[in-house]
Design a protein around this ligand. Structure first.
Ligand SMILES: NC(CCC[C@H](N)C(=O)O)C(=O)O
Length: 278
């Protein structure tokens, strides 16, 4: 099974071309290839498939084998792969995901390889029941969740996948793994949630620390960066164009007036090879 490995703002991914190939049970395959010791090692796995409604279809799986509707860092890696390997020919690409069709602009380098990728991420979903969260409000902004007897102020929204955003002053004062796991699996979130701990540097710059649904502690999250900038902008902490520092890279997130989101960043091809299935 020929694979490619990419990293994008800290998330690493295994990619397979499924256009003329059947990979069997995707959930089991993701669990195997993403294993850090018994597999290749990655936060997620993607499969390219053909689409009836867009140029191609992207299927995304977390390292625990669960399927995610969308992945922001993943879709940039996916775009670089399909462009650099001529699976698509245009620099404007439409990609079908389980969170709708996403539109991509590829910015190439002097060798005509994808250098930077701009993704039209569409609109965030704010309504409680659509996120979903068991709080029936039109917007779930600045609510309180109690973890280990302590109050945390959080906001929730969906940008492709469900997200919780918590602004923090000092990252050293919180236990990301403990809080992340407990919030991800909290009964408030029937489909679980990704958790973003956000430190505001100033209105144009933030640092994000990530806990992902289905993948645990990771070095970044594209949809989470979008979600964090949307909430920061609504609350008044952030402008509408923000530099995001994840632990593994940098992204630019831009919002237009009605909160349509654009994400700009790169993706790096790390390896290609053959996965031996057992
Ligand atoms: N790392 C991702 C999100 C992966 C999806 C996920 N963890 C889920 O909610 O299933 C990103 O860059 O947007």
């Amino acid at each position: 099974m020929n694979f490619h490995k990419y990293v994008a703002a800290g998330n690493d991914f295994i990619l397979f071309n499924g256009i003329n190939k059947d990979y069997g049970n995707h959930n089991e395959l993701a669990l195997k290839v993403c294993s850090r010791h018994f597999g290749i090692g990655a936060d997620g796995m993607m499969i390219v498939e053909s689409s009836r409604v867009a140029d191609v279809k992207m299927l995304y799986y977390n390292s625990d084998g669960s399927q995610g509707e969308m992945c922001g860092n993943g879709i940039r890696a996916f775009s670089k792969y399909i462009y650099d390997y001529n699976i698509v020919e245009n620099k404007n690409i439409s990609i079908e995901t389980l969170a709708g069709i996403k539109y991509i602009d590829i910015i190439t380098d002097e060798l005509n390889k994808a250098d930077r990728i701009k993704v039209d991420m569409g609109y965030p979903i704010f309504e409680g029941e659509k996120i979903p969260i068991n709080i029936n409000k039109e917007k779930v902004i600045e609510e309180i969740i109690v973890i280990n007897g302590k109050d945390y102020r959080f906001s929730a929204l969906t940008v492709g996948v469900p997200h919780v955003v918590i602004f923090i002053e000092d990252i050293d004062k919180i236990n990301i793994n403990d809080l992340g796991k407990k919030i991800e699996t909290h009964p408030l979130f029937p489909k679980k949630a990704n958790v973003n701990f956000v430190k505001v540097i100033d209105k144009d710059n933030i640092n994000i620390y990530t806990w992902e649904r289905g993948a645990g502690r990771t070095l970044g999250c594209g949809t989470g960066s979008c979600a964090s900038v949307v909430i920061g902008n609504i609350i008044g902490n952030l402008n509408n164009k923000v530099n995001v520092n994840t632990e593994g890279g940098k992204l630019i997130i831009e919002l237009n007036k009605d909160y349509k989101i654009f994400m700009i960043g790169d993706a790096i091809h790390i390896a290609k090879g053959e996965f031996i299935k057992r």
